[in-house]
Write a protein that binds this ligand. Structure first.
Ligand SMILES: Cc1ncc(C[n+]2csc(CCOP(=O)(O)OP(=O)(O)O)c2C)c(N)n1
Ligand SMILES: [Mg+2]
Length: 676
């Protein structure tokens, strides 16, 4: 059934009231900002109200909204409480994001309001992913994404439009073209200033709309939603508008003159609708006065709510970084039996168990389907599970990782494969700015149950853009968890663990392990957030993870031939780090060497060394040693590549160096003599 816009007096008065609420609220926000009640950036929407109001009034309660940092208007028009919005801008506990986000990060789960995104263009893949979840779960909901025309220059814009059109996803893109991105006019940033035309080039139905006219905007939205709900795929509205205030509270507006602003104010959406109502609908002054009074009262009450809001106790600082463990997801049905298989097969069996366990789980990435995976890990899975569950993506790391995040937000359980860690840098924005932050910014409302797998490591002569070990980049980030399976059994079971986690988990699979055969068993080796002692010893702790474990075992074996008993720790989880196991081992052996295929500078080895220094300093009999990769991009020739990364000989030498340090224990008294 096609919906129609019913333009009656009552509806228009309601549209006016909604626009005035936004206008007056933001005017007050500007005052409150000057009074330092609101801090940080404040981006006002004044002048653009017709878009939020026109679009929101056409949506159903189940539709999802992804907005930008200029989103007070969207939040208000979506029905979020003015008090909870203002309290958020005050940074109070009763704010809509528990005070964690502020003006740029308003969230409301109940109203399917997915933020408040301050990365220009960053919301487009999220909305596309929400739409993917809607389609997969056969929901009627449409994901609606607001963004400025500045976002059009970002890669995420193009990646998202392409994916949405390619997969015919129910997403409505709303470009709020206010002609400026901060101080840069559209014609200074785009070779083609007709943005709708850009969308059309992706095969998307796209139109330009007078975004200063609330009726036009609503009518265009209704038409777009009908089109999308009929299963025709995405739709794009370019709403022409203008912001009357500066970009943010810090904008001196040197890039435009007052006459231009005055010209646009003349055709402002509020003014225009009032004039139309006065001319055509007997709109009386006293009706406006009453409306204004009612809004003033609502604002007054919102201020009271914000002022009365409690400051979040500092003890709660660490909240909403990770979900409560009680929110763990349903486990994967494990069909593994004891066997001897390759690491690659172990990974594949992990994937097929996952896909068999839950229809919400799907695998997505470049060449995971027809090609069978760049490293042949997912070979055959597309035949078994079909192209809807094993999804080949175009080359757009930021786009498909962001879509994975959006799909996870929408209730799916995606496994996203990034071919190698080097390419993950193109998706780092989505991983770090979205996946890792959404739970926190939303005050605990939106968790991201996403697993990202990627290949890492050197040894295949793939040179400086395919061979690195950057687990440490991701292990640096609160909100993420990072796993590194070094054994076959971990390769087999880690994915299942990761999929029970309600938060984003990254799994690093070292390419040199793929062809090796080894034992897997029905049971995992232990909980995934715990390090394991893979070899017991008493003289020194060798601490490592991933692709270096085999070399460390080799070194430990050689050392044992010389009567040195080395304990080998496999970290397995790089975030969180199991400092307890590390410290307990070092407290026993009094010496440690960390082996890490990352570069020395800023490495995980440096982090672990600091943990030992902080927590086991008085147990140490020698400085902590490190064997890391040399500080060069990984070179191509085999002998140079091997010279660049940790080898057993270096591990043996570092262990011997640590053991050569004179013990500081006085063996007569059994106490430490501190060298006196
Ligand atoms: C990826 C990224 N680059 C730069 C910025 C800084 N920045 C914030 S808003 C903005 C302008 C965006 O303009 P537009 O998309 O047109 O939205 P508008 O502010 O006009 O609503 C810029 C450059 C950012 N937040 N994110
Ligand atoms: Mg703009």
């Amino acid at each position: 059934m096609t919906n129609r816009l019913h333009v009656n007096r009552q509806h228009l008065l309601e549209q006016l009231r909604q626009m005035l609420r936004i206008r007056r609220f933001e005017e007050k926000c500007a005052e409150l900002y000057a009074a330092e009640k609101i801090r940080g950036f404040l981006h006002l929407y004044i002048g653009e109200e017709a878009i939020a109001v026109g679009v929101m009034s056409a949506l159903s309660p189940d539709d999802q909204i992804v907005a930008t940092y200029r989103e007070h208007g969207h939040a208000l028009a979506r029905g979020m409480e003015m008090g909870s919005i203002l309290a958020e801008m005050y940074g109070r506990s009763n704010g809509c994001s528990r005070g964690r986000g502020g003006s740029m990060h308003l969230f409301d789960k109940q109203r399917h309001f997915y933020g408040g995104n301050a990365i220009v263009g960053g919301g487009l893949p999220l909305a596309t992913g929400l739409a993917m979840a809607n389609k997969k779960m056969q929901r009627d909901a449409v994901a609606v994404c607001f963004f400025g025309e500045g976002a059009v220059a970002e890669g995420e814009f193009h990646e998202s439009l392409n994916l949405a059109a390619l997969w015919q996803l129910p997403v409505l893109f709303i470009c709020e073209n206010n002609r400026y991105a901060m101080g840069t006019a559209l014609n200074l940033s785009e070779s083609e200033t007709n943005i709708a035309r850009k969308a059309q080039s992706y095969g998307i139905n796209a139109v330009q709309v007078d975004g200063m006219n609330v009726v036009d905007t609503e009518a265009a939205t209704i038409k777009a939603l009908d089109y999308i709900r009929q299963g025709n795929g995405p739709y794009f509205l370019e709403c022409q508008t203008y912001r009357f205030r500066g970009h943010s509270s810090f904008d001196a507006q040197l890039y435009r003159d007052k006459a231009e602003i005055a010209l646009w104010e003349e055709k402002g959406p509020v003014k225009r609708l009032i004039e139309w109502l006065q001319k055509n609908s007997h709109f009386q002054d006293q009706e406006l006065v009453a409306m204004e009074a009612e809004i003033a009262q609502e604002i007054e009450m919102a201020i009271n709510v914000a002022e009365a809001g409690a400051q979040e106790p500092v003890e709660n600082l660490g909240q909403f970084v990770y979900s409560d463990p009680s929110h763990s997801l349903a486990p994967i049905i494990n069909t593994q039996q004891d066997a001897e298989i390759t690491y690659r097969e172990a990974l594949r069996y992990g994937l097929s168990d996952a896909l068999n366990s839950d229809p919400r789980i799907f695998l997505m990435g470049e060449d995971v389907g027809h090609y069978g995976g760049c490293y042949a890990v997912s070979k055959g899975l597309i035949g078994e599970f079909g192209p809807d569950r094993v999804i080949d993506t175009p080359l757009c790391e930021s786009g498909f990782v962001g879509v994975g995040i959006g799909a996870a937000l929408g209730g799916m359980r995606p496994i996203v494969e990034v071919m190698t860690v080097n390419f993950s840098l193109l998706a780092m924005d989505q991983i770090i700015n979205s996946a890792a932050t959404l739970l926190h910014m939303s005050g605990g409302q939106f968790n991201v149950p996403l697993v990202i797998r990627m290949a890492c490591g050197a040894g295949k002569q793939l040179a400086a853009q395919h061979s690195h070990s950057w687990e440490n980049f991701y292990a640096h980030v609160p909100g993420l968890k990072v796993l590194s399976p070094a054994t076959h059994n971990d390769a087999r079971h880690m994915l299942g663990f990761a999929l029970t986690d309600p938060d984003p988990v990254l799994i690093f699979e070292h390419v040199m392990l793929l062809n090796d055969s080894g034992p897997v068993s029905e049971e995992p080796d232990g909980p995934m957030n715990k390090a394991l002692i893979r070899r017991e010893g008493t003289d020194i702790s060798l601490i490592t993870y991933g692709g270096s474990l085999a070399k460390v075992h080799q070194a430990a074996e050689a050392l044992s031939q010389e009567g040195i008993s080395a304990e080998v720790i496999d970290l397995r989880s790089l975030r969180p780090l199991d400092s307890q196991t590390i410290v307990a081992s070092v407290s026993k052996t009094h010496r440690a060497v960390i082996i890490d295929e990352g570069w020395y500078t800023g490495s995980l080895a440096g982090e672990i060394s600091a943990i030992i220094m902080e927590q086991a300093f008085w147990h140490l009999d020698a400085p902590v040693g490190r064997v890391c990769s040399q500080e060069v991009p990984i070179p191509y020739p085999q002998h140079l590549e091997q010279a660049a990364i940790p080898q057993a000989q270096q591990i043996i030498a570092a262990a011997k160096e640590a053991l050569a340090m004179p013990p500081t224990w006085d063996s007569n008294t059994g106490s430490r003599n501190h060298g006196q």
